[in-house]
Design a protein around this ligand. Structure first.
Ligand SMILES: NC(=O)c1ccc[n+]([C@@H]2O[C@H](COP(=O)([O-])OP(=O)(O)OC[C@H]3O[C@@H](n4cnc5c(N)ncnc54)[C@H](O)[C@@H]3O)[C@@H](O)[C@H]2O)c1
Length: 376
C-alpha cells in the first residue's frame, strides 16, 4: 500500500486506455493517480496526455518499467503483446491490470498464473461488464439459492463492425487479434453467462466470416451443456444493424432478462420475472439487501482499490480470465473439427498451446476459410 494511500498508474495503449482513465481511475481521484502514459503512437499519446493532464509520456514500455514510483501498469495494447508485457511488468514488482484477451493460449495463462505466484504484484484481467446493478441483482438471487434449478440461457452479442474498424492493422488478423467475434467481442457476455451459470461441460460451435473480409470469424453460434445440467445457446455477429447484447436465464423460480444496451448489458433495467408470489417475495427480500454497484470501469476500479488495500481477492482473477479462454479454445476446436468438445481443457489437449493451432502446429483456427466461403 503506498504511503499516500493513492496508487500511481501508468496506462499503456491509448485506445481503450482512455476509458480506463475516463470511466475508471478519474472517477476515483482519492484512490488512483494516472501519472504516466505510454504509446508508440506519439499523436495519440499527446492527445490523451493533454486531455487528462498526465505529466509523463513515453513511447517505450521498458521506460514505464524503469519508473520505480509506478505502482500499477495498466496494459491496453493489442492482444498479441499482453503475454510478454504482463510477465515483464510482474518481474519488476508492479501490480498489473491487463485488457482482454489476457493472453493467446491456455498454456500462456498458466504461465502467467505461475509467474504471479512468485511475484510481489498481482494481475487483474479486465472484465468490466461484471459491474452493473442488473447483473449483480441476478447474481445475488442465484447465489442465495432462490432461483432454483437452472433450465436454459440464451446469450446474444449482435454488434456492428465496418471496414473502418479493420483499418487498425492488428484487427481482423489471426496472428495479431488472435481470434474474432468469439474472442474479442462476445467474450464479455460469455463471461457473464458463466459468472451466473457456472462451469461449461461441453460445446458444439460453428463459425463463419461473412461480414468483413478478415481472417478471423465474425459470426458464430454454439450450443453448450453446463455442468449444472442447463443448456445454453450463444450467438455472436458483427453484422447486426441494430446493436444489442442480450442475456436471458430461465430458472425454476425466476426468469432474468438483461437490458439490451450493447456495451453495458449488466446495467439496470433487468427484467426479473418470478414464477410465483412466493418466489416474488423471496426475491424482493433478497434484493432489499442489494448494494449499488457502479457500472463498468468505475465499479471495476473501485473494487480493485478495495482488494489492493486489504490484500483481498481481486475483483477479476487470473482464474476468471482462464475460464472464458478455455471456452474459446473449446469453441474454436469444435468449429474446426465439427465435433462436440468436452471441458475442462487440459495440458494434453491439441489446442492447449494455442486455439489457433491444431496439435501438428498448423494454423487451423476455425477450419472453414475456403475461398468460396470467404467470397460469399
Ligand atoms: N474491455 C473492453 O471492453 C475493450 C474494448 C476495446 C478493446 N479492448 C481490448 O484492449 C486492447 C486494445 O484495444 P484498442 O481497441 O484500444 O486498440 P487500439 O489499437 O485502439 O489501441 C492500442 C494502442 O496500443 C498502442 N501500442 C501498440 N503497441 C504498443 C507498444 N509496444 N507499446 C505501447 N503502446 C503500443 C497503439 O499505438 C494503440 O494506440 C485489445 O486487447 C482489445 O481487445 C477491450
Amino acid at each position: 500500500m503506498p504511503q499516500s494511500g493513492i496508487w500511481t498508474v501508468a496506462v499503456v495503449g491509448c485506445g481503450i486506455g482512455r476509458s480506463h482513465i475516463a470511466e475508471g481511475y478519474s472517477r476515483h481521484p482519492d484512490k488512483f493517480r494516472v501519472v504516466a502514459l505510454c504509446d508508440v503512437d506519439r499523436e495519440r499519446l499527446g492527445k490523451l496526455g493533454d486531455e487528462f493532464s498526465v505529466p509523463r509520456r513515453v513511447t517505450s514500455f521498458d521506460g514505464v518499467l524503469r519508473m520505480d514510483d509506478i505502482d500499477i501498469v495498466d496494459i491496453c495494447t493489442p492482444p498479441a503483446l499482453h503475454f510478454a508485457q504482463t510477465l515483464a511488468a510482474l518481474s519488476t514488482g508492479k501490480q498489473v491490470v491487463c485488457e482482454k484477451p489476457l493472453v493467446g493460449s491456455l498454456a500462456e495463462v498458466d504461465r502467467v498464473i505461475a509467474a504471479e505466484r512468485e511475484a510481489a504484484g498481482r494481475v487483474m484481467p479486465v472484465f468490466q461488464y461484471r459491474f452493473g446493478n442488473g447483473l449483480q441483482k441476478a447474481k445475488r438471487v442465484i447465489d442465495l439459492g432462490i432461483a432454483g434449478k437452472p433450465y436454459l440461457a440464451t446469450v446474444e452479442t449482435a454488434w456492428r463492425r465496418t471496414p473502418a474498424y479493420y483499418k487498425t492493422p492488428w484487427r481482423g488478423r489471426a496472428d495479431s487479434e488472435l481470434g474474432g467475434v468469439l474472442l474479442t467481442h462476445a467474450i464479455h457476455s460469455h463471461d457473464l453467462m458463466t459468472y451466473l451459470m457456472g462451469p461449461v461441460a461441453s460445446v458444439f460451435a460453428r463459425t463463419a466470416t461473412r461480414v468483413n473480409p478478415i481472417e478471423v470469424e465474425d459470426c458464430a453460434v454454439a450450443n453448450l451443456a453446463m455442468q449444472n445440467g442447463a443448456l445454453v445457446s450463444l450467438s455472436a455477429t458483427l453484422g447486426s444493424h441494430k446493436e444489442i447484447s442480450r442475456l436471458r436465464f430461465c430458472f425454476e423460480h425466476v426468469t432474468f432478462e438483461s437490458s439490451q444496451a450493447p456495451y453495458s448489458p449488466s446495467d439496470d433495467p433487468w427484467e426479473i420475472v418470478p414464477a410465483s408470489p412466493e418466489a416474488a417475495n423471496r426475491i424482493a427480500d433478497a434484493l432489499a439487501g442489494h448494494r449499488f454497484v457502479p457500472s463498468r470501469f468505475e465499479g471495476l476500479m473501485g473494487a480493485y482499490y478495495s482488494a489492493l488495500a486489504t490484500g483481498g481477492e481481486l475483483p477479476v482473477t487470473l482464474a476468471d480470465a482462464r475460464r472464458p479462454l478455455e471456452l474459446v479454445t473449446a469453441l474454436y476446436h469444435s468449429a474446426a473439427t465439427g465435433a462436440a468438445v468436452s471441458l475442462p481443457i487440459e495440458a494434453d489437449h491439441p489446442r492447449y498451446n494455442g486455439w489457433r493451432h491444431d496439435a501438428s502446429g498448423a494454423v487451423s483456427m476455425m477450419g472453414l476459410y475456403t475461398p468460396t466461403e470467404r467470397t460469399q
